[in-house]
Design a protein around this ligand. Structure first.
Ligand code: HSE
Length: 440
């Protein structure tokens, strides 16, 4: 059978990885796909650099539309990123009848509904394994491997930059800013690192996983997003003393009122496998009613791990391009006409347990006032720890860190209790609140 012809839009890190792996493993990939997969055209603004990477194997142009307009190209691989020109080009490629492979989680999390609808109308595939957790085949797992299950929840470390930062802060006691610079130097961070550290990148990925897990439309705008910029090394240390690790988790969960969709730092019991995922590695846990808990671990970024996911999509397309749409795996795992309207529940309705750190005056009655507010709010305490605060500790200290772990309560209830505690004159400075997940 004639090889499938691929056009790359952008040949940066992932594009180069994709080209190299396709070259290196071409025979193995052909045996698996049933036909060859060849990159025959590349669009990149830096034509000379792109030409140096692909040599004589592919034609290089500086205009992405020339790739889309080429009738010989079967699949367009979008590796530009962002919601701007990438969106226009993806829609133009679909309109031109090309299948699309993309690593662009931001684009699909925000504009996925429009893009998947356009693809279905045109009878082409939009594949995005590389958009979530790089080389880990989590899209494949959710769309196919776990298809028998009623998924209960998905929770993942799906941003390598923040996991690297948290690991280094814990291991070396370094400050956030120092470690962020190192993460950027190592190439883990997005071009704009605020997407990483503010939790936006993880929320894009969690949004895609919520759609795949529950058959709901992509709804990034409904996600609760909180990053790691407010975390201090004191929180990491106290969590450790209490038997927990702090991780930035993307969580989506089926609950009575709908679906939770949230990204925020979490205390996780240190004995969980996922609590021990360190550095820039990613891991995703999926709980299904039939399979129980499963865990997927691997590199969430980098040239060849991400290329591994891009090429898996190309192989799927090579195998399924001739099948009519009804016989392909649906874009979002559920048939387009069988999507659910389960709402994403507001964060105030989410039920979790909490870690609270209060800087309080070290004087009689302070603990009683704080615990009194929690008692009035119906919030049950799991553990209390009092420690001399970093800066004001030592002999004669007048201020102390009070750490409280609570049992499960509604976020809205906790917010009200936090406001009351914050107003106490004996509470010095902002109260730090981190949610806790058992992941049992
Ligand atoms: N900036 C992302 C991360 C890269 O740190 O995980 C992969 O999406």
């Amino acid at each position: 059978m004639k090889p499938i012809q691929v056009g790359l839009l952008g040949i940066g890190t992932v594009g180069t990885g994709t080209f190299n792996v396709l070259q290196r493993n071409q025979e193995e990939i052909r045996r698996r796909a049933g036909r060859g997969i060849e990159v025959t055209m590349v669009a990149d603004l830096d034509v000379a650099r792109a030409q140096a990477i692909v040599g004589t194997h592919a034609q290089v142009v500086n205009d992405a539309r020339a790739v889309i307009a080429n009738p010989d190209i079967d699949v367009v691989v979008e590796l530009i990123g962002g919601y701007g020109i990438a969106k226009t080009l993806v829609l133009e490629a679909i309109a031109a009848g090309k299948h699309v492979v993309t690593a662009n989680k931001a684009l699909l999390a925000v504009h996925g509904t429009e893009i998947f609808a356009a693809a279905s109308a045109k009878g082409v595939m939009v594949a995005f394994e590389a958009a979530v957790a790089g080389g880990i085949p989590i899209i494949k797992a959710l769309r196919e491997g776990l298809t028998a299950n009623r998924i209960q929840w998905v929770a993942g470390i799906i941003n390598g930059t923040t996991n690297f930062i948290l690991s280094e802060m814990r291991d070396k006691g370094l400050n956030f800013d120092v470690v962020l610079k190192e993460a950027q130097r190592l190439g883990y961070a997005e071009a704009d690192p605020t997407f990483d550290i503010e939790g936006v990148d993880a929320a894009h990925k969690a949004t895609l996983m919520s759609a795949l897990a529950f058959g709901i439309p992509v709804q990034f705008d409904k996600a609760y997003v909180e990053g790691i910029t407010a975390l201090s090394s004191a929180d990491i240390r106290y969590a450790e003393q209490l038997g927990y690790r702090i991780k930035l988790l993307g969580i989506t969960k089926r609950v009575a009122g709908g679906v939770e969709l949230r990204v925020h730092p979490c205390l996780i019991p240190a004995q969980r496998l996922i609590a021990n995922v360190e550095g820039a590695m990613n891991a995703v846990m999926v709980q299904g009613d039939a399979v129980g808990t499963t865990l997927y671990y691997g590199k969430g970024a980098g040239a060849e791990p991400t290329a591994s996911a891009v090429i898996a999509d190309l192989v799927d397309i090579a195998r399924l391009a001739a099948a009519d749409e009804a016989h392909r795996v649906p874009h979002l795992a559920f048939q387009a006409n069988a999507m659910s309207d389960l709402p994403v529940v507001p964060m105030s309705e989410v039920v979790t347990s909490y870690y609270l750190r209060l800087s309080v005056a070290d004087e009689p009655g302070v603990l009683a006032k704080v615990t009194g507010i929690l008692a009035q709010s119906g919030i049950s305490i799991d553990a209390v720890l009092q420690r001399e605060a970093d800066k004001v500790g030592g002999e004669g200290a007048t201020q102390t860190d009070l750490i409280i772990l609570t049992h499960d309560t509604r976020e809205g209830t906790m917010n009200e209790a936090l406001a009351l505690m914050q107003a106490l004159p004996t509470v010095k400075g902002p109260i730090h609140r981190i949610r806790k997940e058992a992941l049992a």
